[in-house]
Structures are given as structure tokens and as C-alpha cells.
Design a protein around this ligand. Sequence first.
Ligand code: ZN
Length: 274
Amino acid sequence: MPLERLSMNLATVREQWTFEEAVAGCEEAGIATIAPWRDQLKHCGIGRAKRLISDYGMSISGLCRGGSFPYTGARERQAAIDDNLRGIEEAAEIGAGCLVLVCGGLPGGSRNIANARGQIAELISEVLPEARSAGIPLGIEPLHPMYAADRSCVNTLAQANDLCDSLGEGLGVIIDLYHVWWDPNLRAEIARAGEANRILGLHLCDWLVPTRDLVHDRGMMGDGIIDIPLVRGWVDRAGYEGACEVEIFSALNWWRRPAAEVLEVAKQRFVSAC
Ligand code: ZN
């Protein structure tokens, strides 16, 4: 894939670089689009982060992340709403293309996944008017089913598409290959998302065999078993022309290497393996 479409998700270098260092490092590497995380912005200070983004001329493909909707009581419900409204504000402040939603798993002690899924739809619809008026689309990112208990009960692109269909304008989907590569309906659901013009992002990494850690052992593109060019072709044909984020959580490998080296390898693989 041409390098111009690369966005560096800053989780990829989160252990090595602060937000400020990451912005400078990406510029140095010729990368002009990034996707920061809210804790990185908070640590830097949002006003200062905003100035850095503008000084370095960075585009922001998406802000990670909102979500964590399921709740057990009124206080938790309100806290989830408030946090997502803040996320929308922060996304608007830094000019992000969208706010990525990791929708949340089962609330404490619950065994009722259907209820948690209902709460996700309920709270998305609650914050959606604010997202619409801020001009920040909400990107529902389905997560691999191994995270259904603790991170997200939205586990397939079909579920994410269904939520978009039922809740309407201002919502879209994020296709993260790590989470959806295994899905037999992936091709059809990508086409469905494309028809509705709701693909807000493509997140790239690879699935390693064996995977030694369920969260922090993602592979660099080309090092695992995902047929990335195949899926990328489906996403292309669905009409998506936006940024493609390299997003690699790798406590066992890439977070241990110098960040500048990680960016160089990511750039090479973006061109040769995606
Ligand atoms: Zn992702």
C-alpha cells in the first residue's frame, strides 16, 4: 500500500515515546498521520498536544478511544456517558477523523451478555447527538470474541453494522484485522459497510502463531497468518480511501525496540506486506 495512506497508531510506540516524542519521531520518519490515545493526550495536556499537532502539521485519523458502556448502576451509567462526551470533545479539539469505540465487556459480576449488548446500543444512542453536532463520527470497532468478557461484547463486523443500521447517522465501523480476520462473513460485511459508506478506519497488524499474550503480542504485518492484501483489497473495493493505521501492542517484541526502528520496519511492511 502506498506510504501516504499510513497512519501510525501511537500505541505502537507507547512504551518508548511520550506524545511529544512520538509526534516529532513520526515527522522525522515522514509519517504525517497519527492516531493518539486519550491517556497520551492527557499526559501531554490537551492544549499543548493540539499545538504540537498543528506545529508538526499532523493529521489525526482517529482518537482512541471511547466506549466501555455496560454498567451496573445509575452512577456507572452516567460516568460512562460523561467519559464518552469528553472523548467526543477531545476528538473535536484535536481535529480527529473519528472517535474509536471499544464498546465494553460484561459489567462487574454479570453473566448477561445480551443485557450488556443492549446497554451498549442504549448508551451509544445517548451520546450520538453530541457526536453529530461536534462533527465527530463514532467508529465501532468489533473486538475478537476472546475479549467479550472484559473489553467488548461487539465481536463481529456484522454486529457493528447492525448497530449502525439501527442507530443511524454519525456512526461507522473500524475494521481491525486482528479482531476480525477469522470471520467467515468478513468479506460480505466489509461490502455491506462500504455500501453504507460507513468504513471509518482500517487497523493493521498481524496474528502470530503461537500468540503468547492475548492482548500484548500482536505481530508486525507480514510476520503472522493474516492475508492482509486480500482483506485490504476487499476494503478498497468497498470504497474506503482513508488512512490505514499500524496498531501493534507488543510487550514481547516491538515495545522493546527503539521506536525509530519500529517506525522504519512498519513503513517497509506497509508497502511490502499490505
Ligand atoms: Zn484497533
